[in-house]
Design a protein around this ligand. Structure first.
Ligand SMILES: N#Cc1c(-c2ccc3ccn(Cc4ccc(CN5CCOCC5)cc4)c3c2)n[nH]c1N
Length: 248
């Protein structure tokens, strides 16, 4: 059965890229069932109001609870005769870090619903309502330590990271194995034809056909790159036989 992904946003067009390329193809192949909903469809005033001023003062606006409550009811009722429950994922600057490990966990779930906030965020009672009244698991997740204006960009990234882990979405499965962050080291440099370009040569070892030497060179390159760019990812298990981190 397809993995179902619902996204609620006041900017549904922001999610249009999910109709393209890999995710788009996975949708055509019935591997992913992606539905985008406009939060304003769940307002009832003439101005389709979704925000208001914060109690207790402070800058900016807060998203009102009622539209979110009706949007979640709609998502839960749509094509859901069994009454199954989605895992509600809410992007937020204060959320738990979105990592490859979390992407792998979420890729195992049959149904994810994403709430894209804007302004200063969503009234806290929506989270309480979702957990306590709707019985949903709710996770607040952050892309990283920088400030965005809303959750849509984060959902595009999360849906791509999660979607590509769903079996069948990526053609050759082996490309999923050899990739950064899977065993904690960054990736090695990659090259393709021509072997000489702009007076620059491809490292000869890669043309040697000596697969042992190629594997050793690639591991060495991954260690060096990780040491240079992400020393935080290096730990004892990457030390060489001499107990040192073999970095040239
Ligand atoms: N994922 C992810 C994100 C987001 C993200 C995700 C969702 C929403 C919804 C609204 N915004 C805007 C926004 C920005 C900053 C703040 C903090 N406030 C603290 C108190 O002072 C005022 C500011 C709140 C809301 C969002 C931002 N940002 N960065 C990530 N990695």
């Amino acid at each position: 059965p397809a993995m179902r992904l619902d996204v609620v946003s006041i900017f549904p067009d922001y999610l249009a890229p999910l109709e393209l390329s890999l995710i788009g193809k996975a949708r055509e192949d019935g591997l992913l069932d992606v539905r985008v909903h406009d939060l304003r469809d769940f307002t009832h005033d003439r101005h389709r109001t979704v925000d208001d001023t914060p109690y207790g003062g402070g800058a900016g606006m807060v998203m009102k609870p009622q539209p979110w409550s009706e949007a979640l009811d709609h998502v839960l009722a749509l094509d859901n005769p069994s009454g199954a429950r989605p895992h509600l994922v809410v992007p937020g600057p204060g959320g738990q870090p979105f990592t490859q490990a979390l992407a792998r966990q979420l890729a195992l779930e049959p149904w994810l619903a994403f709430a894209c906030g804007r302004y200063e965020g969503i009234d806290e009672r929506v989270y309480d309502h979702a957990r306590e009244d709707l019985g949903l698991e709710v996770s607040v997740v952050s892309l990283g330590d920088y400030v965005l204006n809303g959750g849509e960009v984060a959902v595009l990234a999360m849906v791509e990271a999660i979607g590509r882990l769903v079996p069948g979405v990526i053609g050759n499965a082996e490309s999923l194995v050899e990739e950064s962050h899977e065993d904690g080291l960054l990736e090695y440099p990659i090259y393709t034809k021509p072997s000489s370009w702009n007076g620059r040569e491809v490292p000869p070892v890669l043309l040697s056909g000596n697969h042992g030497a190629i594997a050793a060179w690639r591991h060495e390159q991954r260690l060096a790159r990780t040491a240079a760019r992400r020393p935080d990812l290096l730990h004892a298990s990457h030390a060489g036989p001499h107990g040192d981190l073999e970095i040239s």
